[in-house]
Design a protein around this ligand. Structure first.
Ligand SMILES: *Cc1c(COP(=O)(O)O)cnc(C)c1O
Length: 417
């Protein structure tokens, strides 16, 4: 327990090292060499060669899937995945109500309908709620491993089987996470991942689709890769081969410099994740007896990638102190990286989901999901705050300082009431 008064009330801050305290991805000499080398090798790659092939091969073997197709963003990967799965006008896809919007928004561009289902108290898809949203038009259900904590994939796989739905994954928080030793992104018909800046594996900007299904793979190529890739990878005898030159008309290729960065990062990913697991365990242990703060419940089969450490706030244990005031006090202590999830929020609160017709003419008649239908998503979002999860031995003092700052603010909560 720290006896000095809260910095918010004029005391000494717990953390005096100036921020930012967390930067991602870590840029190493290998990354500089890989990107500089790529500048000389090729800055545009139209087929599956060079660094694009290297990255796709490495990702496929890392995940244990047959095919990987890289894309310019995770949003594009999700779009290609849904298009390749044959999801089209009027089709419904069950999406957890609490996620980043791009898990669902590409469906609008296929004429399909994201059908939101509430989450459980851990923030993961509530399968009873999901079952209630199934109709004759439901084609698929999407697993999102929020903050890198794997969903219960045993339950999701049986749920999808039982209801005859395709299982898809948005693995954008969960590169390298495992469920029963199997990597997230290898459970369903296909998975889409982001390689955006802060994601566990980063290309700066990028994404990819992973699948075992060759037919789906050809269609992913036809959605966003066109011409050379399609001509070389789709067998000439295949009925879809005649569409190779145009594909479906979109171009969603990854930039070779981005591919070079992700390809250089990938061999270090498991080391980073092991470091994160150790620091996450250390921080969770430190919060054990801190009132007002609950650590996430990690299922025994799950090994998270710890995209962030999501903590739950229990104001009743701190005299009703509002979460925002608690965070203001933490920021005053110098714990500047602590924040609330911003754009990862209940999707039904976005105007695009409430009134898609305002931007997308095909949805003019579409009513948004009713407010109040997703009480758990709203509650989990309103009571979550998160920390970055560092990975290095040298980061341990900072992680400990953050834990100490949180304990200090919690123990002084009454001073702010
Ligand atoms: C980041 C993210 C995306 C979108 O990826 P971009 O590369 O930013 O387009 C999709 N889903 C989730 C869960 C994400 O976190």
């Amino acid at each position: 327990m720290n006896d000095s008064p809260l910095a918010l009330l004029g005391g000494e801050p717990a953390i005096t090292v100036p921020g930012p305290h967390f930067e991602w991805p870590p840029i190493a000499e290998q990354d500089r060499e890989a990107v500089a080398g790529q500048l000389e090798a090729a800055v545009s790659i139209a087929d599956r060669s060079g660094v694009v092939a290297d990255l796709e091969d490495a990702l496929a073997s890392y995940l244990g899937v047959r095919h990987v197709v890289t894309t310019c963003t995770g949003t594009a990967a999700l779009h290609s995945m849904y298009a390749a799965a044959g999801i089209g006008p009027g089709d419904e896809v069950i999406v957890p109500a609490l996620t980043f919007h791009a898990t669902a928004t590409p469906l609008f561009h296929l004429g399909a309908h994201p059908v939101l289902a509430d989450v459980d108290d851990r923030g993961q898809l509530d399968l009873d709620a999901a079952a209630r949203r199934i109709t004759a038009r439901t084609k698929a259900v999407v697993a999102v491993h929020l903050w890198g904590l794997p969903e219960d994939m045993d339950a999701l796989v049986s749920f999808a089987d039982e209801h005859g739905l395709m299982l898809m994954e948005d693995g954008s928080h969960a590169h390298g996470a495992t469920w029963n030793g199997q990597r997230t992104g290898s459970f369903g018909a296909a998975a889409a991942f982001s390689l955006n800046g802060p994601k566990p594996l980063s290309a700066g900007e990028g994404g990819f689709v992973a699948t075992d299904d060759s037919e789906l793979y050809y269609r992913v190529l036809l959605h966003g890769q066109y011409n050379k890739r399609c001509r070389r990878e789709i067998p000439a005898t295949h009925p879809l081969a005649r569409f190779s030159v145009t594909g479906m008309g979109l171009k969603l290729r990854i930039h070779p410099l981005a591919a070079a960065l992700a390809n250089a990062q990938l061999p270090r990913l498991d080391g980073y994740l092991a470091g994160r697991q150790a620091i996450a365990a250390r921080m969770c242990a430190a919060f054990d007896d801190v009132p007002g703060v609950r650590v996430p419940h990690v299922l025994v089969s799950a090994l998270p990638s710890w995209y962030a450490l999501p903590l739950r706030y229990e104001p009743t244990e701190l005299g009703g102190l509002p979460l925002q005031r608690f965070l203001d006090a933490l920021h005053a202590e110098g714990a500047t990286e602590v924040d609330r999830p911003g754009s990862t929020c209940p999707l039904h609160t976005h105007p695009l989901f409430q009134a898609p017709g305002g931007l997308l003419p095909g949805y003019a008649d579409r009513q948004g999901p009713a407010a109040g239908n997703f009480p758990a998503a709203e509650h989990v979002h309103a009571t979550t705050f998160k920390l970055p999860v560092w990975h290095g031995q040298e980061d341990v003092p900072l992680a400990d300082a953050y834990a100490a700052a949180i304990a200090k603010v919690a123990s002084h909560a009454k001073d702010m009431l």
